[in-house]
Every structure is written in structure tokens, then in C-alpha cells.
Design a protein around this ligand. Structure first.
Ligand SMILES: [Zn+2]
Length: 119
């Protein structure tokens, strides 16, 4: 896990693979500019399971905005075992980035946002 320098929390752990739409909300929240009507109450966890051979595999969890979920019709789990599958996956998964883990947690708690792991 990398380190990020947050304006609010200083040097802190980074939370990676978050939909840019959610990061925009997190930033507006700590700037005090977030409007209640713009808050999505659900964040979806999409898992990319990369299997390159029988011995090596890892998971990446993406935090995806509700709006993106509906638009891209994403599934809960994608199993990737070839470059072609990887390319296809990156066509439908939105642009993601990292943000301060504490800012992210505060945003989730403040607005009582549900993280959906199964749908
Ligand atoms: Zn922060």
C-alpha cells in the first residue's frame, strides 16, 4: 500500500482503485462543497481475479460508483487469464485512481454509504 500526502490527514495510506466519480465526491466532501442530492448511497465492489498460471493469482478490488455500474452493467467478478480478457475488462471498467484512505472512510461513514459486495 502506497503513501499519499493528504491536505487533511498528512502522510497516510492510499486507498487504490476507486472510481474517479467517487474520488470527486470525497474531494468535494472535505472541501465542504458536497451537495446532499449528489450523494450516491451505494458503492459497488468489483473484483478482478487475475490468474496467470496455476500457481500465481491475485485479486484487485475496484470501488465503483452506482452510476457507472448502471451504465457499464458490471458484474461482481471478472476472471482474467489472458491479455485479451484483460483488454476487454479495461474497456468496461472506468478510470480509477487512489485517494487518502482516511478521507475515503470518513466519506463512507458520514453519509452512511453501503458497500455492496454481492448483487
Ligand atoms: Zn485524508
Amino acid at each position: 500500500m502506497g503513501i499519499v500526502k493528504c491536505k487533511v490527514h498528512g502522510e497516510t495510506g492510499i486507498k487504490p482503485f476507486i472510481d474517479r466519480k467517487i474520488i470527486d465526491m470525497v474531494v468535494l466532501n472535505y472541501q465542504g462543497l458536497l451537495l446532499e442530492k449528489n450523494i450516491e448511497k451505494k458503492i459497488f465492489l468489483v473484483t478482478e481475479q487475475c490468474i496467470f498460471d496455476e500457481t500465481e493469482s491475485f485479486n484487485i478490488n475496484y470501488y465503483i460508483a452506482e452510476m457507472t455500474m448502471r451504465k457499464n452493467k458490471l458484474k461482481q467478478l471478472y476472471i482474467i487469464s489472458s491479455d485479451e480478457e484483460e483488454d476487454e475488462f479495461h474497456k468496461i471498467i472506468p478510470q480509477t485512481s487512489g485517494t487518502c484512505g482516511k478521507c475515503f472512510e470518513e466519506y463512507i461513514e458520514k453519509y452512511n454509504i453501503e458497500i455492496i459486495k454481492e448483487w
